[in-house]
Design a protein around this ligand. Structure first.
Ligand code: BES
Ligand code: ZN
Ligand code: ZN
Length: 478
């Protein structure tokens, strides 16, 4: 369900065109009759930014960029306009669209194309009427002098990766268990030119990854631990950046069973694993000169005769003992093993992505990412800037040591839950225990999966985090 994006200086043959404008005063509106011009003026006086001229054999859109807004907001409005255009084009059975603007609007036209391509996403593979339901829009032609082929290639790589991450999230656990996830991730990484290794259950047992193994006890399927690597010869860094992603392919809560309604969307609990895999594969596809790794521990979390239970004391990969007081706080257990494992690579920075807590989701909803950092002030500022650029915004939460008090256990080194307040932070503090390097933790429980369509973010898996990471590493490698 990919939309082709390509540069094309010649758009005359395309009977659907989008013109991007700064303001109406910039000059005459191209391709318009006097009456159409009147119509545009009236629409503008009603504060409409997107105006459609439907001439039946040709459809022309005029989009007026909100030039007065700060860059981040302005580009987000372009993405949203792109998504609206995609919707209209599909309702008119249009297959090809040309985007036309002058050089000064090159960032805007790229954002608009991005919004169009992301907004054109569908997940139809399990529908008999897929052919009938499939969107008509196939090709986006960018006709703008300042845009280089390399930029279009990057846009394609990142859009592609985002949509692939959505696919993984939208696949239910009966179609994508931990082994199938690991297989799918590895295949994509190798196709992109990177390395992939999957540690199987024997290996995970040999390594004594007690967090991952305990969560997996109730499962009928074995766990996996996937290691991805992109290490180009011209890398700007020698110590790797390591991405860690939660790969809980389904979270029932385990013996601390979730109420039915909270379980409905829990196929999304591997969104962190999906997005870090998608991001590193996009980085490889785009050949960014940066040394990056990704670690994805994966299993489902279910009750069973052999499942771990509240009260169990488990030994983690690094030897820490944990008193499990809620089997639904499973993400931090599998991630703790991955974070401790990351130490052996002497990372420059580790960034963790997880649908970790309902607390994060309740705090800020789907509009942003709850973020924490330890010893990574500068990197955090840069990631935060990327968040604004791509509109996957971060909200920094504190990592004050007082929160760690809540994790004290009488009989083990730690317990796996804190009190009823500040749950996203106590989860972050739990993770911090297993790190000894600059660390950023991002809780995506709010934005990873949305039940109703939100513009180009679509419905279901959003693929959040892929564009964020690509922007961050792209800046870093320049
Ligand atoms: N996967 C959930 C968190 C989640 C909630 C993700 C909503 C997406 C949307 C996580 O494993 C979980 O269940 N966390 C518990 C932790 C609690 C038991 C300390 C939670 O947040 O309720
Ligand atoms: Zn859980
Ligand atoms: Zn979970």
């Amino acid at each position: 369900m990919q939309t082709n994006i390509q540069l094309s200086p010649n758009y005359a043959q395309c009977n659907c065109r989008v013109y991007l404008h700064g303001s109406i005063e910039d000059g005459a509106i191209p391709e318009t009759t006097a009456s159409e011009n009147d119509f545009i003026q009236r629409q503008r006086s009603l504060k409409k930014d997107l105006i459609t001229l439907n001439r039946y054999d040709t459809v022309i859109f005029h989009y007026f960029i909100k030039t007065e807004e700060p860059a981040s907001k302005k580009l987000e409005l372009c993405r949203k306009a792109g998504s609206l255009i995609t919707g209209e084009a599909n309702s008119l059975a249009i297959t090809d669209i040309a985007l036309i603007c002058s050089m000064q609007f090159r960032d805007e036209v790229m954002a608009l194309a991005e919004g169009m391509a992301l907004g054109n996403y569908q997940f139809l593979k399990y529908r008999k009427d897929a052919a009938e339901k499939k969107n008509s829009l196939n090709n986006i032609f960018i006709c703008c002098d300042g845009v280089a082929q390399a930029e279009v290639n990057q846009l394609k790589a990142v859009v592609d990766a985002t949509l692939w991450a959505r696919d993984l999230v939208n696949e239910p656990v009966n179609k994508l268990n931990a082994e199938q996830l690991a297989e799918s991730i590895s295949e994509r990484m190798r196709e992109a030119g990177g390395k992939a290794e999957v540690l199987n259950k024997n290996k995970i047992e040999a390594l004594k990854m007690g967090g991952l193994l305990s969560v997996n006890l109730g499962s009928i399927d074995p766990p996996t631990f996937t290691i991805l690597e992109w290490k180009p010869e011209n890398a700007v860094n020698t110590q790797p950046y390591i991405l860690v992603g939660k790969g809980v392919v389904y979270d029932t809560g385990g013996m601390s069973l979730k109420p039915s309604a909270s379980m409905d969307t829990m196929k999304c609990d591997m969104a962190g694993g999906a997005l870090v895999s998608a991001a590193i594969s996009a980085i490889a596809t785009a050949r960014l000169p940066i040394y990056v790794m990704a670690l994805i521990p994966a299993t489902d979390n279910r009750p069973d005769g052999n499942a771990y239970v509240p009260g169990d004391i488990i030994s983690m990969f690094d030897g820490t003992t944990v008193e499990v007081l809620n089997t639904d706080a499973e993400g931090r257990l599998i991630l703790a093993d991955a974070l401790a494992y990351a130490k052996k690579f002497n990372p420059k920075l580790v960034i963790n992505f997880a649908t970790l807590t309902g607390s994060a989701s309740r705090a800020i909803g789907p509009q942003g990412i709850v973020a924490m950092q330890v010893n990574a002030t500068e990197e955090f500022a840069s990631l935060n800037q990327s968040g604004d650029n791509v509109y996957e915004r971060l909200v920094q939460f504190p990592m004050w040591d007082e929160y760690k008090e809540q994790l004290k256990s009488e009989i083990a080194d730690l317990k796996n839950i804190g009190g009823p307040e500040g749950g996203a932070i106590t989860a972050g503090k739990f993770l911090e225990h297993f790190t000894d390097y600059p660390f950023i933790h991002l809780d995506i429980a709010g934005p990873a999966f949305i039940e109703r369509r939100d513009s180009y973010r679509g419905q279901g898996g959003t693929g959040i985090g892929v564009r964020l990471l690509f922007d961050f590493f792209n800046k870093l490698s320049r």
